[in-house]
Design a protein around this ligand. Structure first.
Ligand SMILES: Cc1cc2nc3c(=O)[nH]c(=O)nc-3n(C[C@H](O)[C@H](O)[C@H](O)COP(=O)(O)O)c2cc1C
Ligand code: SF4
Length: 305
């Protein structure tokens, strides 16, 4: 596994540096220090988070590995001015978060490549463990490509359902201390069998809900927290998609199939060493709501009282 700390790519323009020390204060990897009243990149490592560049009042710092194209959107323009603590409207944010719904009715209209690219850029504004940013995004840009994936996932579940139908196999697995097949049979088998029949007999896609595009979010090897990184990026994309007018639905069935049958991910050109953590079906929604949906009360405890 490669080191999570990366080489130092921080450059400080000594002429522009006014010695305020702000970059040193926010640097998490002790890459920058004040030397003779100016900031200098004297550390041996850096997590390349870019905090120094973002905090500098004179534009003296640059982290050369950071790419301005990652914050240049094709379908909308976004200010790069930092929005300070408390500056945004929490009510608007709450409404956006609660208005995102899993969409299971899509129009046929394709989603443009620009929108898919912009969603990825929104995804990577998420935090990542040690700023490793090892996330990967596999775009399924058209209904044709999504259908090929639906076929592959459906084949996996057809085989699994055939196994689950065998009472003896379920029993044997249970006796070997592997109760998963029995659990699958009890909880999912019948619903999956119905969905498979709908697909093979009527062409009704209850797996990807007829979505005209999808994005798989994964992680390349070497991340300290690959699942968390991918899922945080995923949530950003779900919210961003809603704001951009797109509906989304996470497809856990596709993630499960890809975990257990590596050939599915290979067929999409995803290298074997990558792990896929979420599959997002997306498209122009063919549904609308009157209200946000509420939640059950979660468990909340206050420790230490
Ligand atoms: C990890 C995960 C996997 C999911 N997998 C599926 C899926 O395979 N098919 C589907 O229609 N919805 C799937 N969903 C959507 C959930 O059913 C949905 O989030 C939940 O019912 C709450 O509804 P909401 O997303 O509209 O708030 C998944 C959600 C999550 C978080
Ligand atoms: S934040 Fe900018 S001006 Fe301030 S010490 Fe660092 S490089 Fe110099």
């Amino acid at each position: 596994m490669s080191s999570l700390f990366q080489e130092v790519r921080t450059v400080v323009d000594q002429e522009r540096c006014i010695g305020c020390g702000l970059c040193v204060q926010v640097c998490p990897s002790r890459t920058l220090r004040m030397v003779d009243g100016k900031a200098k990149p004297v550390g041996r490592t850096s997590i390349q988070c870019g905090h120094c560049q973002a905090v500098c009042p004179t534009g003296a710092v640059q982290v050369t590995s950071l790419d301005p194209r990652t914050y240049t959107f094709a379908t909308f323009s976004a200010s790069s001015e930092w929005s300070g603590f408390g500056k945004d409207d929490p009510a608007g944010l709450a409404r956006l978060m609660a208005s995102r719904r899993s969409c299971r009715n899509f129009k046929d209209t394709p989603v443009s490549q620009d929108m898919l690219d912009d969603l990825v850029k929104l995804g990577i504004t998420a935090p990542s463990g040690t700023n490793s940013q090892r996330w990967t995004f596999t775009l399924l840009p058209s209904r044709e490509v999504v259908v090929q994936h639906v076929e592959a996932v459906a084949q996996y579940f057809q085989a699994l359902n055939r196994q689950a139908e065998s009472r003896w196999l379920r029993l044997g697995m249970r006796l070997l201390g592997k109760p998963d097949l029995e659990r699958y049979y009890q909880s999912y088998y019948r619903g999956v069998a119905r969905a498979l029949r709908d697909w093979t007999e009527h062409g009704l896609d209850r797996l990807f809900h007829g979505a005209p595009a999808a994005i798989l979010v994964g992680s390349a090897p070497g991340a300290s927290c690959p699942a968390e990184d991918a899922l945080l990026a995923t949530q950003n994309m779900l919210l961003g998609a809603h704001a951009m007018g797109l509906g989304t639905c996470l497809i856990g069935y596709a993630v499960a199939a890809m975990r257990r049958d590596p050939s599915i991910q290979r067929r999409l050109g995803v290298p074997a060493e990558e792990c896929i953590y979420s599959v997002i079906a997306l498209g122009w929604p063919d549904e609308r709501y009157q209200q946000v949906a509420l939640r059950r009360m979660p468990t909340i405890r206050v420790a230490g009282v």
